[in-house]
Design a protein around this ligand. Sequence first.
Ligand code: GDP
Ligand code: CO
Length: 395
Amino acid sequence: MRIEIPRECERIGSLQIYGLQKVYELDAGEGIHGQDTVIERIPSEVLYDRMREMAIVVPVKNERLKLIEGVLVGIPSPCQVIVVSNSPRGPVDRFNLEKEALENYGKFTGKKIMVVHQKDPGLAKAFVDAGYTELIDEQGLVRSGKAEGMIVGTLMAKWLGKKYLGFVDSDNYFPGAVLEYVYEYAAGFAMNGSTNTFVRISWHSKPKIMESSLFFAKWGRSSVNSNMMLNRLLTHFSGFETEIVKTGNAGEHALSVDLALKLEYAAGYAVETHHFINLLEKYGGIIEPDDPKALQEKITICQIESRNPHMHESKGDDHVEDMIDASLSVIYHSPLCPELLKREIMENVRQRRGEESPEEIAPVRMYPSLSKLDLDTFLAGCDEALNFGATTIRA
Ligand code: GDP
Ligand code: CO
């Protein structure tokens, strides 16, 4: 792969946020890893080395089997796949259909696929025993939601001994785009060292039909809003206006497992924006960190612009509005958020919601960092529960 080196960088405490990096060649062949002025060439074997240590988590809820299979087709073979499903088990057992389809697919490819159901009682028990009860609902099972599925996926990656963790949604129509995301995750780790790197993808374009012809939109409404407010927040602290954040709510992202275990997770669709906020809270040196040693570490956010168009299942306007609210809520309720920005966020909510807008945007549920969970107990619980029952593991 050939990628440009970052042009800009914002430094806040021990966090550095790189500007968007363009990809110049998806596959640059084998050979020497090096920089030629502003382009870094990362040979394929270096990418594969990272992929061998990477788990790709695919969250699933009620997606069409053909779409899920397409996503798996795109994940390069060195990666471990972890499918976390929250599809219903009745009246039609959708999860069983998914499992059968994936097992069958696994036979043809020999791919390393692990499938786990979010509502697996053994999994819930491992969380309870490890003292992470925030994730458990009234039925005693893991709560529903994408972020909740991501937490499960993160811990599965740890259980399988992986070093890196990437996420790709299961409703992506283009296997080629998925393949590209994983290459870019690997490239981000290859360019920035392994332990404290966070790679976030900004799609080059999203195809839409406008007046019966194809139009390649650059920004979705949801990303426009969260990027704008995150940039305002950075501007507030640096005193210099910035537009560096392009991936505030990027669903396609990857990070080291160690870093993933240190971060808080906001419920549902606020998770990606909150990761940004939580990095600023923990490493920005703006508020007192819970762990003062954190400020000695260097954390890098690397943003890469993908080349394939991104096309996923359309889930309607209400869904987009809810996603915007969730993203803005985590910014609003952060101890970092200044009064001025809070007012701007509420203005934004009022413009979009009109009559229905609340006095104050509701907070979203927040899950504490996984460092609170007793990892050894949890992993022992997984050994016990996950080798049978609702879960399949292929070597
Ligand atoms: P969007 O792409 O951000 O608009 O959101 P989607 O509705 O497409 O959801 C993103 C991904 O999360 C998709 O792959 C969904 O199938 C998956 N997903 C949604 N809700 C859940 C859930 O409760 N649990 C799990 N495990 N996955 C979910
Ligand atoms: Co989607």
